[in-house]
Each structure stands twice: as C-alpha cells, then as structure tokens.
Design a protein around this ligand. Structure first.
Ligand code: SF4
Length: 491
C-alpha cells in the first residue's frame, strides 16, 4: 500500500480521509471548482522555476513508478547534478522531489509552490521526503521552498531570478522528524485494516487545510447534518456549536428555547423555524440613506494572473478586462455602459481610461462584495498614476450591496446561511434567476469566465460567441444589483 507525499498531508488533516482515499474512494467528491485552472497554473509555475537550475534531467511522470525510481538512481550514478521530479521509495512510501540537486556536501531538496499545499502542509510534505531520503542513507544538505515573489513587479521581460524567492526551511522540516515517524506508524496501522473505517468525528479539521473531499459523505450521509444547521447560525461560534452538537442537536428546529443566544441569533432562528423572511427595516433604511443618486451599479470581471505577463504587473495580480454599469437616476431612468477589452492586449490601460470616463469621481458606486473590486482598482493606480486620484475616489465612494445580507438585516429561510449574490437572487428575484439559468444553458459558466486570457487563440466565430456571452453575463450582473436594491427599497 503506497503512500505519496500528498496522501501523507491528507492523513495529517484527517486519518479517516487518508483511509477513504485508499479504501473507499467512491465516496469522495472534488471540492475545488477551479481544479483544472490550478493544475494549469501549478504546471506553469513549475516549468518557470525549473529555469532557476541548469543541466537537469527530468524524470517524467508515468504509471510505472519503479521505472521512475530506477531512472532517478541512474541519473544519480551518472553524476547528474540536478534532477526534476526525482523519485524514491522507502518501504511503502513513494516521494517525488520537485527539484533535487547534488553536491559534495549532500543533496538539496526544493519544493516548488503548488496549490495542493498550504504553508503548513508543505513543511509536512518535505518532512516525509526528508525521512525517506534519510532512511535510504542520503546526506541532506538543505531543504528549500521556492515561492513566487508577490512583490516582484515585471519590467519589459520576466526576470526569473527576481520572480521567485527561495527560502531555506531545513530547520523547520527537521524539527518534524519525530512527529513524522509517529504519523507514519499511525497511518500504517490505520491503512492495514481495510475493513474498518477510522472512527473520527466531524469538526474544525474538516476545513483546516482544504475543504475535505469527504464532506458530503461524513457530514450529510453519515452524520445527517442538514445543509442549514447549527453550524451556519450567524456568528454562533465553535464553543456553542460544540455544546449543541455534543447533545445531538444539529437541526435549527431542535434548538431548545432555553439555549442562550444573542437577541439577533434568537430572532433569526425563530424566523427560520417559522419559515418566514426576516427584515430589520431600520437597519436597511440606514444603509439606503448612505446612497446618493445617480447610483452606479458596477460589476467587473477579471482573471487571475499567477505569472505576470504584462509590464508593471505582479504575481497573482487580478487583471480586470470587463465591466458593466447600470446607472440608476432618482426618477427611475436607467442608462447602461459597458467595456470588454480586446483579447490581444494588456487590458488594464483601456479598462482604466474608460472606467474613469464612465464613472465620475464623486458618484455613489454600488458593487456586490466590493473588497476584491477595490483591490483591483487600487492595483491599477500604480501603473496608471495619472488616473490614481480618480480611481482612489471611485474606491472611496464605493458601497457594498452585500452588507445588508452579510449582516443579516434581511434573511430568507431559503438562503440557508449564505449571502453571496447568486443566493440572494435565487431567494428574492426568480425572474433574474431564470435569466442566469438560461445563460448557463448556453455555456458552462465557470469555464467561460476563466477563458478570457486564452481567447486570442480562438477561431473568429468562437471568439465572437464568447464575447457575446461575456457581455450578456456582465450586463445581467449589474442589472441584478439594480433589482436587489429595488427589493430592499420595497421593504
Ligand atoms: S469530512 Fe472531516 S471527518 Fe470526514 S474525512 Fe474529511 S476531515 Fe475527516
């Protein structure tokens, strides 16, 4: 029964998850809707990080692990100084070292930034690599982590040595040596028993490193936790959740009246039990009073940019390429403005120029979940300093339409604790929801929204279709903001 470094880190999160990975994979569901994008990004980062090294041999991944191990051995014997994806096995543990370099003082190990590993799990993953190599009798000189340098700003060309930062984390990894030995022995015992799933209860660990692939199985099927449960009550806190859970109470309906909660929590629970909408009209009015006409309902679309492809951009910067604005006047008149960048340019300059043309510095701008929008506009101020004051003022005047829902000033039982825009639309605006559904029937929404950086490789007809789709989707998003506000005003 082989154990990889990835499975080992899953075992650290929860040994039941490790057991399920090995003996009952059917119950697992991928949690990450961006898996494909992450894998592509990880590969791109890895190939660039390889350029930090020279004269290397790559051990190509195949299903034949013993061949990968023997190629690694052959390379080491032939005195190859750098090996990518060096593969080793000790007992049942197979490890792949992202980059291994060999010198007279011993081996150096390098982990390359990868979305599968958080800062904690990468140390654990390197600890198991260190353990295997030590058991196999190798001398380890140092252990390192290669990360994208988020402070690096690209010039005309991509400077690989500045793009990455290498951190020596040898001491942190070696400190885990005893813990690693204990963990491995524990995992071996668990995995040997193929018939008995470990008896591990649900808890905070289910979400500690990554959302767990067994969440549906453990939470919904085994423990019968409803989609909206005591774990979703507004700001209830884990101590009180545990108090209820330890008494076998998971359904909101089963919370005894004597259980102490804040006045707001009690009110929300009461309305949920009665299947009634809850609205704090006074708080909603206070929010509405902060908005001045004309109101600029703003939606913007961006793509994630791990490797900076444009001059004066940083690793992981969000690059905006599209926006739509519904301008709502006090007399009810609505104007519409939009921008969608051509796909073969750095979209930021025209986006900034048009945006500053379309939104005055003193206008009330209304977005949904504005933190990310404000961040995008803030980042634009650096390469386009002439417009920085205007962008700063747009940000300053931006209000968040999500706030009344996040703060539970208005809640419908069908929201089940969520307050993202789509949930709000589904709960209060059936006609807008049906427009979203119609658009999703045309295209796989998630896929199309991530496709913009690749549109320059599309055939003309496909490109036009995608552009039309993006425009429709963006327009619907700023329109839904108008409709949500309308709903709040009606209360
Ligand atoms: S959902 Fe929780 S208890 Fe179940 S396997 Fe995952 S981490 Fe373990």
């Amino acid at each position: 029964m082989t154990l990889s470094k990835h499975l080992y880190t899953q075992g650290i999160q929860c040994s039941k998850l490790l057991w399920l990975q090995k003996h009952n994979r059917n119950v697992l569901k991928s949690q990450n809707s961006n898996t494909f994008i992450n894998v592509e990004t990880d590969n791109e980062i890895k190939l660039l990080a390889y350029k930090l090294f020279q004269n290397a041999v790559e051990i190509v991944n195949t299903s034949d692990v013993s061949q990968m191990i023997s190629l690694t051995q052959k390379s080491l014997k032939n005195d190859v100084k750098t090996i990518y994806n060096a593969t080793f096995k000790y007992e049942d543990i197979v490890i792949n070292v992202d980059v291994l370099t060999k010198s007279e003082d011993g081996l150096s190990l390098y982990h390359i930034e990868n979305s599968l590993f958080t800062d904690i799990t990468l140390i654990q993953s390197l600890a198991v690599q260190y353990y295997v190599l030590k058991q196999l009798g190798y001398e380890i000189k140092d252990i390192n982590n290669i990360k994208l340098n988020r402070l690096y700003q690209r010039g005309n060309t991509l400077e690989i040595r500045k793009l990455f930062k290498i951190h020596n984390i040898t001491n942190k990894v070696i400190q885990l040596e005893d813990e690693t030995i204990t963990n491995l022995a524990h995992f071996k015992t668990i995995l040997t028993d193929q018939n008995n799933e470990p008896n591990i209860d649900i808890g905070k660990h289910c979400d500690s490193h990554h959302s767990c692939e067994a969440e549906d199985y453990c939470w919904r099927i085994q423990k019968k936790i409803p989609e909206y449960s005591i774990f979703n009550i507004f700001k209830l806190g884990s101590k009180k959740q545990k108090q209820l859970y330890s008494k076998g109470i998971v359904k909101i309906e089963d919370i005894p009246n004597s259980f102490w909660m804040t006045a707001k929590q009690e009110e929300l629970v009461e309305h949920y039990k009665l299947k009634e909408q809850y609205a704090n009209k006074e708080a909603i009015k206070t929010f509405l009073d902060t908005l001045n006409y004309p109101i600029y309902h703003f939606f913007c679309n961006s793509f994630h940019h791990a490797i900076p492809n444009f001059k004066e951009s940083n690793p992981y910067e969000e690059i905006p390429f599209q926006y739509s604005i519904h301008i709502e006047h006090e007399n009810g008149k609505i104007e519409y403005k939009e921008y969608l960048s051509p796909d073969d340019i750095d979209p930021r300059y025209e986006f900034t120029r048009k945006l500053c043309e379309d939104i005055p510095q003193d206008a009330t701008v209304l977005g949904y979940n504005i933190n990310s929008i404000q961040n995008i506009l803030k980042n634009l101020a650096s390469p386009y300093s002439a417009r920085s004051e205007h962008l700063h003022n747009i940000n300053k005047n931006m209000k968040d339409l999500m706030m009344p829902f996040e703060e539970k000033h208005i809640v419908s039982p069908s929201m089940k604790g969520y307050y993202d825009k789509r949930t709000v639309v589904q709960s209060f605006l059936p006609e807008i929801e049906s427009s979203y559904s119609k658009l999703e029937e045309i295209e796989n929404n998630k896929k199309v929204l991530h496709i913009f950086p690749k549109m320059n490789k599309m055939e003309k007809a496909q490109k036009e279709k995608t552009r039309d789709y993006l425009k429709e989707y963006s327009k619907l998003n700023s329109l839904s903001s108008v409709k949500i506000l309308e709903k709040l005003k009606e209360l």
